[in-house]
Design a protein around this ligand. Structure first.
Ligand code: DGL
Length: 239
């Protein structure tokens, strides 16, 4: 199968990684919209415009299914996008909710982007929610192991005091797992894990992975190679 996966930047790679782990024998086309990130503070119209452009690009690449590896697009536009296109489209939040319900998790908090928190998507399963505008820039600017990042993590965790489970409601956040775990013993819920647990795809072709980024730099290329231990092609592409 040919699987299209997209996000604003490197965050969706946390989803891609889990998909490849469970379903290695497929062709994957990834699009990271680094020229236009962050998505978490954009208005719905802008998010919709970006999603349409990327989905149309993935359709030209003849993908069989599309995974929206972005919590912000999933929480605000999933229904519209799903109804607009014939190709099956999967989001990251529905499987995450399913996982939370199946596991009967309690005392749940969520970290997510401002637009995901604003959508209220996680309200029915969470006791506390925190909008984390500092995280995506820190991650994309490769400042994960800095004092600045530690301080942001400590500040946001303060608001989730008492939560036993934390939904990492933005696909970038699993990249911060190690830092968050330094200051919290809560169980961290990774949406990529949830998607790959429930997605219904085959696993019977040859593995081929192509990554497109709308803005590519040497630093980004190095950063990605430290995240992925598989063979892939990487290209710059504006859509
Ligand atoms: N990784 C995306 C999400 O899950 C987008 C983050 C951003 O660009 O602000 O929400």
């Amino acid at each position: 199968m040919k699987i299209g996966v997209f996000d604003s930047g490197i965050g969706g790679l946390t989803v891609l990684k889990q998909l490849i782990k469970n379903y290695p024998n497929n062709e994957y086309i990834y699009f990271g919209d680094t020229l236009n990130l962050p998505y978490g503070t954009k208005c719905i119209n802008e998010l919709e415009e970006r999603s349409d452009k990327i989905i149309n690009f993935l359709l030209k690449e003849k993908v069989d299914i599309i995974v929206i590896a972005c919590g912000t697009i999933s929480s605000n536009l999933y229904k519209q996008l799903k109804d607009r296109y014939e190709v099956p489209i999967i989001d990251v939040l529905t499987p995450t909710l399913k996982y939370i319900r199946e596991e009967n998790l309690e005392k749940i908090g969520v970290f997510a982007t401002p637009m995901t928190i604003k959508s209220g998507f996680f309200n029915e399963v969470t006791q506390k929610s925190v909008s984390c505008p500092l995280f995506v820039p820190l991650i994309e600017e490769r400042k994960i192991y800095t004092k600045e990042c530690d301080n942001a993590v400590i500040e946001y965790l303060e608001e989730l005091r008492g939560c036993k489970n934390i939904i990492l409601g933005c696909t970038h956040y699993p990249i911060l797992k190690e830092v968050i775990s330094k200051y919290s013993s809560a169980n961290l819920i990774d949406m990529g894990y949830c998607v790959s647990k429930y997605i219904n795809i085959t696993n019977e072709g040859k593995q081929k992975v192509t990554l497109y980024f709308s803005l590519l730099s040497d630093e980004l290329t190095n950063n990605i190679s430290s995240m992925l231990d598989i063979k892939y092609n990487i290209k710059e592409k504006i859509v």
